[in-house]
Design a protein. Structure first.
Lengths: 97, 145
């Protein structure tokens, strides 16, 4: 299942803090028609290559694995807290769930 | 059961292997003739124990004496998917990649990486732990769980 949301928090001295919650599920809904078209094209290309006797005809699988890679980013967390002497700390937190 | 002819020697051996597995998982019930099929299914490829044993995340924690802190949690499924993706790289591109890596002294052929190799690699990562305590007080910890 692809990641459904992303939390982003950026705070640096002298700048406004940024707190974002991004509903990635909406992005996937928007991209779904393009993904379906890409899959159909990939299947057609693979079929043509396979009939033509080409050795490599795995573009559909390649596309599916790329989508799996995106799905597996769920649970990724990056948290950076940088303290500069004499200044407020800078923070960056990214969490994909 | 073997002596009474209820099971063959091969089945007895598999049952003993299953007993070892069940003992490791803390099961208290004693396998009987009725549970042999269950034991056999465990031997033949019940992936649940393996999946539970596989580490799920790679953690990188950096604690600097200056006060900087970095925490990274990477799902190992991402690493597995990335390795599976390498097996689909077109042969022409893979040849070039392998050539470049060999020139750098790394002789790994990603096209020969099988899914069981990837699981074995990820399972081995469970035992990996890197702890660095620098002279200036910086601490780095890398581990999988």
């Amino acid at each position: 299942m692809p990641p459904l949301s992303m939390w982003l928090y950026v705070a640096s001295p002298g700048h406004r803090k940024v707190r974002l919650w991004l509903p990635l599920f909406l992005l996937w809904l928007l991209l779904l028609p393009f993904v379906v078209i890409a899959l159909v094209v990939a299947v057609i290309v693979d079929s043509v290559l396979w009939i033509g006797g080409q050795r490599y005809h795995h573009y559909t699988l390649l596309l599916v694995r790329c989508l799996e890679l995106i799905s597996d980013t769920r649970g990724l967390v990056v948290s950076v807290n940088a303290d500069a002497p004499g200044e407020d700390s800078s923070e960056v937190h990214v969490a994909i769930s | 059961m073997l002596a009474s002819g209820k099971i063959t020697a091969e089945e007895a051996e598999r049952l003993l292997d299953a007993l070892d597995t069940r003992a490791a998982s803390g099961a208290e019930s004693v396998p009987s003739a009725e549970t042999i099929p269950a034991a056999q299914s465990a031997i033949k490829g019940d992936a649940t124990p393996l999946l539970n044993a596989l580490p799920k995340y790679l953690y990188v924690k950096v604690d600097s004496v200056d006060g900087d802190k970095v925490d990274v949690k990477v799902p190992l499924a991402l690493v597995r998917s990335g390795l599976k993706l390498t097996s689909l790289i077109p042969p022409q591109a893979m040849d070039q990649i392998n050539e470049q890596m060999t020139d750098k002294g790394i002789s790994i052929d990603f096209s020969n990486l099988k899914p069981e190799d990837i699981d074995e690699l990820v399972l081995a990562l469970r035992e990996m732990e890197v702890n660095v305590d620098a002279k200036n007080g910086d601490k780095v910890r890398v581990y999988c769980e």
